[in-house]
Design a binder for this molecule. Structure first.
Ligand SMILES: Nc1ncnc2c1ncn2[C@@H]1O[C@H](COP(=O)(O)OP(=O)(O)O)[C@@H](O)[C@H]1O
Ligand SMILES: [Mg+2]
Length: 268
């Protein structure tokens, strides 16, 4: 195999049986974050206790991306507690890189590397994971990301010539190759063609049967379609959290009702 990148040996944390049995995948408690003297997150508490999709919605500037960045230790100067699989993420074995392998984060703008489609999928694999690549892993990840049929005849072709929608699905496949225990996506479809958007929604729904998926979206129709749970954030706070059917039919908070009606929010 002609791989372009020679990465150091695996630094995956050793997961003890007790950790595997934890029922709470993600627990965020009293999370506050200030950047440049501005309060960005204020006492945010959320919990993902089972597989399924959770849509994180709210106006621009609400703090949605900042929350995901804290969970992935891309921001580190927060206060409060974040636990994944019962583990304080600040004490994560082998540090932030190992955590990010366990909890994939996909951004709005796909980041593909200047190598083949195949090598992009296995980009994060290291050492033995890469040299003893399980049969069919690349196909399996590409299938789960709803991209296989479009690229199966050109796996060793350049990834950079794929459409943006295909590149985004490739990023999902790359995250899946690391067997994440949870997937986070930050507006993954906001700049995509309708077909890619639909394929990603289908792919995420299937993935959410196996792992918790936390997905930011400003598209309320998408949030409604995806179902699952909705967390509504505004101005750095969680305003309301409810199953999608309830959230859209019987919003409890005035701020939520206003947001659903006008897609803007006046809370402070
Ligand atoms: N690095 C930073 N320094 C200062 N302020 C920031 C930084 N990153 C984000 N912010 C501010 O934090 C607030 C929340 O941003 P963000 O988390 O991106 O919101 P959302 O994803 O909900 O649109 C915004 O007011 C934004 O300007
Ligand atoms: Mg954002």
């Amino acid at each position: 195999m002609n791989t372009v990148f020679d990465l150091p040996p695996s630094e995956s944390p050793k997961i003890s049986p007790e950790m595997e049995l934890q029922e709470t995948y993600l627990q965020v408690s009293g999370l506050s974050l200030s950047l440049s003297g501005q309060e960005i997150l204020r006492e945010v508490s959320i919990e993902l206790t089972e597989n399924g999709i959770t849509m994180l919605v709210g106006p621009s500037g609400a703090g949605k991306s900042s929350l995901l960045r804290c969970i992935n230790l891309l921001h580190q100067d927060w206060t409060g507690d974040i636990e994944i699989d019962g583990y304080d993420i600040r004490q994560w074995p082998h540090g932030a890189d190992a955590l990010r392998r366990r909890v994939g984060l996909i951004n709005q703008k796909p980041a593909v590397f200047p190598c083949s489609i195949h090598d992009n999928v296995i980009f994060g694999l290291r050492g033995k994971e890469r040299s003893a690549l399980p049969d069919g892993l690349v196909e399996q990840c590409l299938r789960q990301a709803a991209l296989w049929d479009e690229v199966k005849d050109r796996l060793y072709g350049a990834a950079e010539i794929l459409s943006i929608g295909q590149q985004q699905r490739l990023c999902i496949a790359r995250a899946l190759a690391l067997s994440p225990s949870m997937l986070m996506l930050d507006e993954p479809t906001s700049s995509l063609d309708p077909r890619s958007k639909q394929l990603i929604e289908i792919s995420l729904s299937k993935l959410a049967e196996r792992i918790p998926v936390l997905c930011v979206s400003h598209d309320m129709e998408q949030a409604r379609r995806m179902g699952g749970n909705i967390i509504f954030m505004c101005n750095g706070r969680v305003i309301e959290e409810a199953p999608a059917a309830m959230f859209f039919s019987q919003p409890q908070r005035l701020e939520t009702r206003e947001y659903l009606r006008w897609t803007v929010c006046e809370c402070d």
